[in-house]
Design a protein around this ligand. Structure first.
Ligand code: ARG
Length: 599
C-alpha cells in the first residue's frame, strides 16, 4: 500500500478500490459512493469515515452492520494494509482509522525534507496562472496601520499559492487616478513646491499628505479654488504635460515610500499596474458591454443590473445597479476593474484572480464577478476563478478601530519602529550575552514576525485586538514562541555537534514511545492543514497547526532524552527534531515570517 502525502488520500483510494472491485458490494449499490473522510477526535482515531451512514440509509441497511462488512472486506482483501492502519467501527456506523507507528515512520521517511514536501505540494495547483491583487493601496497618502493587513495577508497567501504549485503574479493595483490629484496639483502650483526635489520619499509623502489636507480646507473656504482644482484634474485627465509630470512625481514618491515598507515587511510585488494604467482601456469595456446588452444607459451613466443580488435599492424594486461609468462620462472604480480583468486574461493568461481588500468592498466584488461572468459567457471567453479575500478591522484595547491618542490613524512606519524597539528590549532581556548586532537582527525578525503573526493567527474575516504585550510574549500562540522552538532545535543540534542541513541524519524513523508517536502524528497532519489553508485562503489554519505542533514538540522534548540517549534512540529522536524544524520553518516562511537560529 502506497504511503500518500496526505493520508486521507490513501484511505480514500482504498475504499473506492473496494467499492469498484468487490462483487458483493457492487451488487448492493449503484452509483458512486463518497466515503466522507474527516480528521477524527485524536482520542479515538486519526481519521473517520462518515459516509457509510447515509449510504446505509439510502439502501435501507443497518449502518453498523454495513460498516462492519466494509471494515472486514478492507482488511481481508488487503486493500488496507493492517500493518499500517488499525480499523474499528464506532458509534452509529463510522469507521475509525488509526495510523500505526509503522505508517508514521514510513511517512516520515518518504517525505524526509523540505524539498520532498514541496515536490508533493507543487503538484496541487498544476502551475495555474494566478494573479493576486494586493496590497493595492491608494497613492499620495502615507501608509497607516490599515495597510498592514493587505500586505501581511497578501504576502502569506501568495507564498502559500506558490508553494502549492501556482504560477503567481503579484499585481499591486494602486489607486492612482483619483479626484484628489486636482487638489494636490492646485496647491503644489500655488505654493511653488516641486516634489521630485526631495531625497527622502517618506518625507515627501508626509508633506503631500498634509498639503492635501490643507488644500481641502482651502477649497472649503474659497469655492473658486475648488474650480481651479477641478480644472487641474480635467487637464490631467486630458493629458496636459505639466500636470502629468506633477502627477507622476507624486506617484513616484508614493511608490518609493511604499517600497521601503515592502522591504521591511518582506513583501514582494511583480507589477504595479494601477488604475491609471487602464485609463485608455475602459472605452472597450463600455463598447463591449453595451453591444452585448449587458450594460444599459441610465441618465448618461452606464449601469449593469443584477436581479439575483438580494440587496435592494431605495425604491425597493430593483437591486443596486453596478455603475460602470459616471454620469459625466468619466470612468470609475468599476470601469477600471472590468478593464483590469480583461487585461489579466489577455495579457497574463490568468486562470485565477484573487483580490484582497477589507470587508467593505464585498458588494463591489460581488457585482464585478457577476458582470464578468455574464460578459464572458456572451463573449465565449473562459471564465477565470475569481475570489475576493477580505478581512475585518484591527481594534484597539477599547474594542474600537485602533487610533492614536489624538484620534488619528497610526502610521505604519511608526508601528514598525515601535515593534522593533519593543522586541529589542525583550530579546536583550532574554539573551543579554549575544553580540549587539545579532540582538538587532533577532529583534527585527521577532518584531516583524510578531506583527505579522498576530494578524495571521486570527481568522481574517474577524476583527482582532492589537496588543503589544500579547504579540511579543514568549508564551501562547505568538511568533516569539514559535521562533523560540526553532532556535531551541538549532541549539539541540549544536549541542549534539550535528548539522541541521546534513541530509543523512534524517532518514531513520522507527517511532516507538508515546511522545514520539504523538509528535509524528502531528507532523503528518501538515499536508492536511496546508490543504485546508489553501482551499479557504485562511492562514490562521496554518498558524494554529504550527502552534499545536510546537506544543507537542515541547512535550516530547521535556519528556524524552534526545541527546545522550542510546545511539539508535538518539538518532530517531534527532530525526524527529529535524523534521519538526523543517515543518515549522516551512510553515513560518509561508506566513512570511523570517526565522532565526538563535534567540
Ligand atoms: N485601491 C483600492 C483601495 O485602496 C483597492 C484595490 C483592490 N483591487 C482592485 N482590483 N479593485 O481601496
Amino acid at each position: 500500500m502506497e504511503i500518500s502525502f496526505n493520508p486521507i488520500h490513501s484511505i480514500d483510494r482504498a475504499i473506492s478500490l473496494l467499492f469498484k472491485n468487490d462483487a458483493e458490494l457492487l451488487q448492493q449499490f449503484k452509483g458512486s459512493f463518497d466515503p466522507v473522510i474527516r480528521v477524527a477526535d485524536p482520542k479515538f482515531a486519526d481519521f473517520q469515515v462518515n459516509g457509510i451512514l447515509p449510504l446505509a440509509k439510502k439502501n435501507r441497511l443497518n449502518p453498523v452492520q454495513l460498516a462492519n462488512t466494509v471494515c472486514k472486506k478492507l482488511t481481508d482483501s488487503q486493500t488496507i494494509d493492517s500493518n499500517l492502519f488499525e480499523l474499528s467501527v464506532a458509534g452509529p456506523g463510522f469507521i475509525n482509522f488509526k495510523l500505526k507507528a509503522s505508517y508514521l515512520s514510513k511517512w516520515l521517511e518518504s517525505y524526509s525534507s523540505a524539498q520532498a514536501i514541496q515536490q508533493e505540494t507543487s503538484q496541487w495547483l498544476n502551475k495555474e496562472i494566478t494573479v493576486i491583487d494586493f496590497p493595492s493601496a491608494n497613492t499620495a497618502k502615507q501608509a497607516h496601520i490599515g495597510h498592514l493587513r493587505p500586505m501581511v495577508i497578501g504576502e502569506s497567501i501568495a507564498r502559500i499559492l506558490e508553494f502549492s504549485g501556482a504560477t503567481v503574479i503579484r499585481d499591486n493595483h494602486i489607486g492612482d487616478w483619483g479626484t484628489n490629484f486636482g487638489s494636490l496639483i492646485m496647491i503644489l502650483k500655488k505654493k511653488g513646491i516641486t516634489i521630485n526635489e526631495f531625497e527622502n520619499p517618506a518625507e515627501a509623502l508626509e508633506l503631500i499628505d498634509s498639503l492635501y489636507k490643507e488644500a481641502t480646507t482651502l477649497e472649503n473656504n474659497n469655492p473658486e479654488l475648488r474650480d481651479i482644482s477641478r480644472n487641474e484634474l480635467l487637464k490631467l485627465q486630458n493629458g496636459d504635460s505639466e500636470n502629468t509630470l506633477i502627477w507622476q512625481s507624486i506617484i513616484d514618491v508614493s511608490n518609493q515610500a511604499f517600497e521601503k515598507l515592502f522591504e521591511q515587511l518582506a513583501v514582494k510585488i511583480d507589477y504595479t499596474l494601477g488604475e491609471s494604467f487602464y485609463k485608455d482601456k475602459v472605452q472597450r469595456i463600455y463598447d463591449e458591454l453595451l453591444t452585448l446588452e449587458i450594460a444599459e444607459k441610465s441618465d448618461g451613466a452606464l449601469v449593469v443590473w443584477h436581479n439575483e443580488i438580494k440587496k435592494f435599492a431605495k425604491d425597493n424594486k430593483r437591486p443596486f445597479p453596478f455603475n460602470i461609468r459616471k454620469k459625466d462620462g468619466a470612468s470609475n472604480y468599476a470601469s477600471t476593474d472590468l478593464a483590469t480583468i480583461l487585461y489579466r486574461i489577455e495579457h497574463f493568461k490568468a486562470q485565477s484572480v484573487i483580490y484582497l481588500t477589507d470587508s467593505r468592498q464585498q458588494d463591489h466584488f460581488e457585482q464585478l464577478f457577476l458582470t464578468t461572468k455574464k460578459w464572458f459567457q456572451k463573449k465565449d471567453y473562459p471564465l477565470p476563478k475569481l475570489k475576493h479575500v477580505w478581512w475585518g478591522t484591527i481594534l484597539g484595547s477599547d474594542n474600537k478601530p485602533i487610533k492614536t491618542k489624538s484620534g488619528e490613524s497610526i502610521k505604519l512606519q511608526l508601528l514598525i519602529d515601535e515593534a522593533i524597539e519593543r522586541a529589542l528590549k525583550v530579546v536583550t532581556e532574554k539573551n543579554p550575552s549575544l553580540p549587539v548586532e545579532e540582538q538587532r537582527t533577532i529583534a527585527k525578525a521577532v518584531a516583524i514576525g510578531a506583527l505579522k503573526y498576530a494578524d495571521l493567527s486570527s481568522n481574517r474575516t474577524q476583527d482582532y485586538v492589537f496588543d503589544w504585550d500579547r504579540m511579543l510574549s514568549f508564551e501562547g500562540n505568538t511568533a516569539p514562541y514559535l521562533l523560540y522552538v526553532i532556535a531551541r532545535i538549532n541549539s539541540i543540534f549544536r549541542k549534539a555537534d550535528l548539522d541541521l542541513s546534513d541530509s543523512s541524519i534524517n532518514h531513520h524513523f522507527d517511532v516507538r514511545t508515546t511522545y514520539e508517536i504523538q509528535l509524528a502524528r502531528k507532523l503528518i497532519q501538515f499536508p492536511i492543514t496546508l490543504n485546508q489553508t489553501l482551499s479557504d485562503l485562511r492562514p490562521h489554519f496554518l498558524s494554529t497547526y504550527l502552534f499545536e505542533l510546537a506544543g507537542v514538540f515541547n512535550t516530547f522534548y521535556n519528556n524524552e532524552k534526545v541527546i545522550d540517549a542510546d545511539s539508535s534512540i538518539q538518532q530517531r529522536r534527532i530525526s524527529l527534531c529535524h523534521r519538526t524544524h523543517t515543518v515549522l520553518s516551512i510553515g513560518l516562511n509561508l506566513l512570511g515570517i523570517t526565522t532565526v537560529d538563535r534567540m
